[in-house]
Design a binder for this molecule. Sequence first.
Ligand code: CXF
Ligand code: ZN
Length: 378
Amino acid sequence: STAGKPIRCKAAIVRTPGEPLVMEEIFVAPPNRYEVRIKIICTSLCYSDVTFWRLKEFPGIFPRILGHEAIGVVESVGEGVDKISEGDTVIPAFLADCEECSDCRSKKSNLCSKLPFKVSPGMPRDGTSRFTDLNGEVIHHFLSVSSFSEYTVVDIAHVTKVDPSVPPNRACLLSCGVSTGVGAAWRTAKVEAGSTVAIFGLGSIGLAVAEGARLCGATRIIGVDLNPTKFEIAKKFGVTDFVAAGECGNKSAGQVVMEMTDGGADYCFECIGSSSLVREAYECCRQGWGKTVVLGVDKPNAEITLSSFDVLHHGKILIGSLFGGLKAKSDIPVLLKRYTDKAKLSRRAVQTTKPAIARTLKQSFEKGHINARKDSTK
Ligand code: CXF
Ligand code: ZN
């Protein structure tokens, strides 16, 4: 067993900001108290990785291992870890969910106050690193996850145990992007059935917001993007109307949304990371109850300018959302279950259209060749 010993493995390291990542061998130390060491099964790229790869000044700590959208299997656990064991499938997250502090116990917040969110170069509890290169030089962490490595060490407040039968290339996306977008519509905005939604930016976050808004029953989902080819893919996620932001003539995209909605959208989402676009989204949000959610990550020193007249006279809400307002440990399993139940539903559809295949499947179930989902959590 590798437990208790450093593991030598490969990782993609940022030595210099903005320069290509370097594949290197590193040592990953065993997990300390309240930590687990994870073998990464799948990891994907979130645009925040790119933002922090480029950023020289904030917080400017290199070399470091990026990556924070992942799924893996626990290789070993540190002292004091009792709810997670070796072999468990886990999803790491950049926000802590300690389940104990007043924020984690409150339904109103997902911002843990015991291990508050910060872009720290080390582990959340003691700030130190578990990574060294072959010369013994320290390699820094990123967002408490650092998944661009074959192995990583993560604090137990940052990991959620999940059903091991989930498809890892799908489940991985719940580690950041899909949770952030779906959660922003579901938990932060609390989009209601019948509402009109405007989404600025149809990247993976914007598309996930559309999916969340559709799940909440929004009837009109307006997508805004500079790239007109985005509409086709966005339709698959629930977008019903499209504004090509580069083709609005002398109007802004926000003004076009305002006209389309006869007074503004009930909910607006900024999914680009541009503070001037936050203002535009806020301006085309319905007076009286409109809610604008900020999801995009702008430069750390960027400021949002709003007309004080608009704020005072129009009674609209502006709110930021980290991780879509979700609590990782309780909400990731809910989203995963929706995904598996939908997969089950489409399997049922196959059964009705293809009776022969259905019979074969049924026989396989009876013979125990295929495990029913509900048994696989054991
Ligand atoms: C972001 C949220 C804002 C700070 C950096 C990380 N989350 C995930 O990509
Ligand atoms: Zn991310």
